[in-house]
Design a binder for this molecule. Structure first.
Ligand code: DX5
Ligand code: ZN
Length: 219
């Protein structure tokens, strides 16, 4: 079954909880929380205090996507704040294997993310450690960008690599996902769809969730 992970980046920041509750009622599996530091990406979003506060009001799986330099410095704080999944970028980690091990030791699920320009080989040595591989289909930093179809073969390659090493990790696809491109993503091997503009940016969150599910035949 395909999982949906609406990205908080496109929610109404003055009414976060209302939007989250709508998504939760619509039956999404994860809440994708984009954390940006203004350094790894040219944008700044939210940090542990916001997650901690939302944690007291939502039972959704908090899927925290760290777009920050040297995420090791903050992993423990995000887990203590309530992150269920912590995903770090291979491009931002000096010692990726150590960072992922650290996430798992602290009790969260571990994800590794790749920018569009990063080849799959960059994560080959850590596949046995991860619960999720996040394939970026836009250059990270902003919501509402256009999906880059040239990344589709990389999704397929990662699926094959996971199968070859017998690892049952999710393949999360993030950036420009909407009902028009979702079928190609699933055909390539994606299992979790992140969607900001297409869910929280839509006029009706419940209908948007339904449209995305239908597009991949899992509604
Ligand atoms: C981009 C973020 C994404 C993004 C998704 O840097 O990691 O999660 O906000 O938003 P859409 O679906 O609007 O591209
Ligand atoms: Zn993201």
């Amino acid at each position: 079954m395909i999982k949906l992970a609406p990205s908080l980046l496109s929610a109404d920041f003055a009414a976060l909880l209302t939007d989250i509750e709508k998504a939760e009622r619509a039956g999404v599996e994860y809440l994708h929380i984009d954390v940006m530091d203004g350094c790894f990406v040219p944008n700044i979003t939210v940090g542990p205090p916001v997650i901690e506060s939302l944690r007291t009001r939502s039972c959704l799986c908090f899927d925290v996507h760290l777009m920050i330099e040297e995420p090791d410095r903050y992993v423990e704080r995000f887990i203590a704040a309530g992150a269920d999944i912590v995903t770090v970028h291979v491009e931002a980690c000096r010692h990726l294997h150590r960072t992922l091990s650290h996430i798992k030791e602290k009790g969260a699920l571990a994800g590794v993310a790749l920018n569009p320009a990063t080849p799959p080989a960059a994560v080959e040595h850590v596949l046995h450690l991860v619960d999720l591989v996040l394939v970026m289909t836009v250059n990270p930093g902003f919501g509402g960008q256009e999906f880059i179809p040239a990344v589709l073969p990389k999704i397929r390659r990662i699926k094959n690599m996971l199968m070859e090493c017998g690892v049952d990790a999710e393949i999360q696809v993030d950036g420009g996902v909407n009902p028009a491109v979702a079928p190609d993503i699933i055909a390539a091997g994606g299992t979790v769809l992140v969607a900001g503009k297409a869910i929280f940016g839509a006029p009706d969150i419940a209908r948007a969730v339904e449209a995305l599910r239908k597009s991949v035949g899992s509604g």
